[in-house]
Design a protein around this ligand. Structure first.
Ligand code: SF4
Length: 510
């Protein structure tokens, strides 16, 4: 196995030993402790449970300031059980989403590059030693083939590329795969099929490795803590594995910031520990990032535990009910209001539909088997889900076209915009714009331009019809906001760009 220096080989065991660098954990600790104080969180949840309705309403009002919420306020919100009060939180979450993100939804597809993993997480189908899984790692040609299907057959512009923790999918492999994906430029119906933003979901890395991803043009770097509860973390991640080190994972995003990646994403796997604790953990994570770097996470993901091949879940005691899940997503909308909220196709279409007014991103046309996209388009009989080659089972496998049509029917415009990071609107700059609501202006224009592109290049006739109607409504709305939100010059520039897209030009943005 290569050693990453190009000069020799290294065993998996030696590679594992070399990964964790204590000197890239210690500087972030305070008095030798990390920022998750289990006892303090549990006490706060207990003491704030059953808060008066008036206090909850005051917390809701404060949330409209679009600032990270105080811990005690989050604890009070997670302690609400009254359905009427929960509904008030949900309604506020809808308005806050509208204020920060309008009615836009961003879509993406996950691309799984390998099923080899050195870890042994109790809940995961890819854990080492699970013989029900067929192991493999995609070659660069195979990654290109997968990305080509997503970019040129389906029309995605944004991917989350997922890598197992293994020397065969190390930082060099990740960087090379990103470059291969960005290199695709295929002629499609009226334009070009290409991936404009590669987000990466990968293991925690050293600062030196993270710099390699930064240089290769990473969009967002996602590392989900899975559970913030120290004891639960220990129970589900065996101590002697790489993932068994809680703090190496907890500070992965801090190291990313220090490596120059200012667009990072947090997440928790709901069902491992008490959901209220996980919500508090996510907010604590955002707070520590804000405290040290002046900006919090770009997105928050809320996956729930799902079945996986040959994986026993009888030990799980904290499954999250649909009602609690629905509510916790609303609490996160209020608690970390500037962050995008991602709900994926692990959930059923009904659950995702019920959350559309408060989330900002979802995946579509998803396959999570290794090499599944290429197979799907070369063999129409291929199964949507094949347990032996995927990490978990999906709840929604509909096409991007069908999802876009449904969203448009319900008044949501799908944005394929990837302008933010390409124009330098990332990190602190984007946080300030989001908090003030000004980012929404750029996004609104870019959503129309990129949605029109997709309609021209990929939509079915039915979806194009509904999409065109939606675009007309959006343009009328933008026009009505001149000059309050858009100057006449910006509006003229926008309409010129829109006409150019209809005439075949691509990738125009503000
Ligand atoms: S959850 Fe991730 S790290 Fe854990 S076994 Fe699965 S692929 Fe490996």
């Amino acid at each position: 196995m290569k050693d990453g220096t190009g000069t020799g080989t290294v065993s998996v065991k030696d590679w594992v030993k070399a990964q964790i660098k204590q000197d890239e954990i210690t500087p972030y600790l305070e008095n030798g402790r990390d920022f998750i104080d289990d006892e303090k969180i549990e006490t706060s949840i207990r003491e704030n449970a059953g808060a008066e309705a008036e206090r909850i309403r005051a917390i809701i009002r404060k949330a409209y300031d679009i600032k990270l919420m105080d811990d005690a306020d989050v604890a009070a919100l997670v302690g609400v059980t009254d359905p009427g009060l929960r509904n008030e939180v949900f309604e506020a979450a809808k308005e806050i989403k509208k204020k920060v993100y309008d009615s836009r939804i961003v879509t993406f597809a996950p691309l799984y590059c390998g099923s080899k993993c050195v870890n042994s997480c109790r809940y995961c189908g890819f854990r080492s030693g699970n013989e029900a899984i067929t192991r493999r790692v995609l070659t660069m040609d195979e990654i290109e083939s997968e990305a080509r299907v997503l970019a040129s057959r389906i029309g995605h512009k944004r991917l989350v590329v997922v890598y197992g923790e293994h020397p065969e999918t190390d930082a060099d492999y990740i960087a090379e795969s990103m470059r291969r994906i960005y290199s695709i430029k295929d002629r499609v119906r009226n334009g070009v099929g290409e991936i404009r933003r590669v987000n990466v979901n990968a293991a925690p890395m050293s600062i030196a490795d993270l710099k390699k991803l930064h240089e290769a043009g990473i969009g967002t770097y996602q590392v989900f803590q899975e559970t913030y509860h120290h004891d639960t973390y220990r129970k589900v991640h065996p101590e002697k594995t790489l993932k068994g080190n809680f703090q190496w994972r907890l500070y992965a995003l801090h190291r990313a910031m220090d490596a120059g990646i200012d667009d990072v994403a947090v997440g928790a796997l709901f069902g491992l520990s008490d959901w209220k604790f996980e919500v508090m953990g996510l907010v604590a994570h955002a707070r520590d990032l804000e405290k040290r770097f002046g900006l919090g996470p770009h997105t928050v993901s809320v996956p729930r535990l799902e079945p996986a091949a040959d994986t026993d879940f009888s030990w799980v005691e904290n499954r999250v009910s649909d009602d609690d899940f629905h509510y916790l997503v609303a609490v996160l909308r209020l608690a970390i209001p500037y962050a995008g909220l991602i709900v994926t196709n692990r959930e059923s279409p009904e659950m995702i539909r019920s959350l559309m007014d408060i989330i900002t991103q979802r995946d579509a046309d998803t396959r999570v088997g290794i090499g599944s996209y290429t197979d799907a388009f070369s063999d129409e009989n291929s199964d949507m889900q094949e347990e032996e080659r995927q990490q978990f089972i999906l709840g929604d496998t509909r096409s991007l076209d069908a999802i876009i049509r449904e969203l448009a029917e319900h008044g949501h415009i799908v944005s394929f915009c990837t302008a933010g990071y390409r124009c330098g609107r990332t990190g602190k700059k984007i946080m300030t714009l989001l908090e003030s609501g000004r980012e929404g202006c750029f996004c609104k224009l870019n959503a129309v331009l990129t949605f029109q592109e997709w309609l021209e290049d990929f939509a079915s006739p039915e979806t194009k019809k509904i999409g065109d109607e939606m675009i007309r409504t959006e343009i009328d709305e933008i026009k009505a906001r001149v000059p309050a939100d858009f100057s006449q010059a910006v509006f003229d520039h926008f309409t010129a760009a829109y006409e150019k897209i209809k005439a075949g030009e691509r990738d125009l943005y503000f």
